[in-house]
Design a protein. Structure first.
Length: 93
């Protein structure tokens, strides 16, 4: 029964450049800021995580790279999210 399955940590083995869904917002000066991201694990389950902090932002050749941290299942994790401005597409960096 699916409703009896306990919560579990996702097993995510995505290569660099794998597309990811991101909910982003703009801050008061108009800069793009990722707030949440969704990833699909190896079992085709979707997991949504809140971006807690952004360590650094780099922009190079119309690609904005965000070095972020998020908390999941009691652990602090790092992720690199890249936004292609021309194609308006988010990928794992």
């Amino acid at each position: 029964m699916p409703f009896l399955k306990p919560d579990h940590s996702p097993i995510i083995r995505h290569p660099q450049g794998h597309p990811v869904a991101v909910i982003a917002a703009f801050n008061t000066i108009g800069d793009l800021v990722p707030r949440y991201f969704c990833v699909e694990d190896d079992n085709s389950e979707i997991f949504k995580f809140k971006v807690d902090t952004i360590k650094a932002i780099k922009e190079k050749h119309m690609v904005k790279t965000f070095y972020c941290t998020y908390f999941a299942y009691g652990y602090r994790n790092d992720i690199v999210l890249c936004f292609d401005v021309i194609n308006t597409k988010w990928v794992i960096g």
